[in-house]
Design a protein around this ligand. Structure first.
Ligand SMILES: CC(C)(COP(=O)(O)OP(=O)(O)OC[C@H]1O[C@@H](n2cnc3c(N)ncnc32)[C@H](O)[C@@H]1OP(=O)(O)O)[C@@H](O)C(=O)NCCC(=O)NCCS
Length: 148
């Protein structure tokens, strides 16, 4: 398992992966409807507004995450179904949470599916995230509040 920084040429593979998660999948078309494309993602990376990390196993990209510099938002986290449960999500989340903190953000946040039946619901809570009670477009806003 190898974690490295995302490069612009990774985005076509990352968009394909995002459509293949077991839950909360987003197709290339759904993302494009929100104005998010491999080109726009590469541009955001290039300008330094966004940074990302990915995980490779045997040379295959199996998960990735990215965060937003100015807003302190954890933008996306996705792990392929057959690689869930191996600590990859936690490792990527640690990377993408540390960066806005290094940029000086006091409030690091994300929006997530509020359905308690999905894996991400318990995962985020287990990893130190707390729901604020705020809902935006049907997603709950959570903030990072590590214990201690
Ligand atoms: C949510 C997701 C990122 C989790 O990734 P993962 O690699 O399976 O998670 P990990 O194996 O790193 O789990 C980390 C820890 O969380 C715990 N955990 C995971 N799911 C949990 C749950 N539902 N309830 C409680 N704890 C949970 C694990 O047991 C593990 O604990 P440990 O570190 O103390 O041993 C992954 O399931 C995924 O990509 N889901 C689909 C896409 C998605 O929903 N993304 C997030 C919203 S956009």
């Amino acid at each position: 398992m190898h974690i490295r920084a995302t490069r612009s040429e990774d985005f076509p593979t990352l968009f394909d992966l995002r459509a293949r998660t077991r839950e909360n999948a987003m197709s290339v078309a759904e993302l494009a409807a929100r104005g998010i494309t491999p080109d726009s993602a590469a541009e955001a990376l290039h300008t330094g507004l966004v940074r990302g990390w990915l995980c490779e196993v045997d040379g295959q990209i199996v998960g990735f995450a990215s965060g937003d510099r100015d807003g302190g938002e954890m933008l996306v986290l996705a792990v392929l179904p057959e690689y869930e449960g191996r600590g990859i999500g936690r490792a990527l989340l640690a990377k993408v949470t540390a960066w806005p903190a290094e940029c000086g953000h006091q409030r690091i946040w994300l929006s997530a599916n509020p359905d308690s039946a999905v894996r991400a619901y318990g995962f985020y809570r287990h990893c130190g995230w707390v729901a604020t009670g705020e809902l935006v477009d049907g997603e709950e806003i959570m903030v990072y509040q590590p214990a201690g």
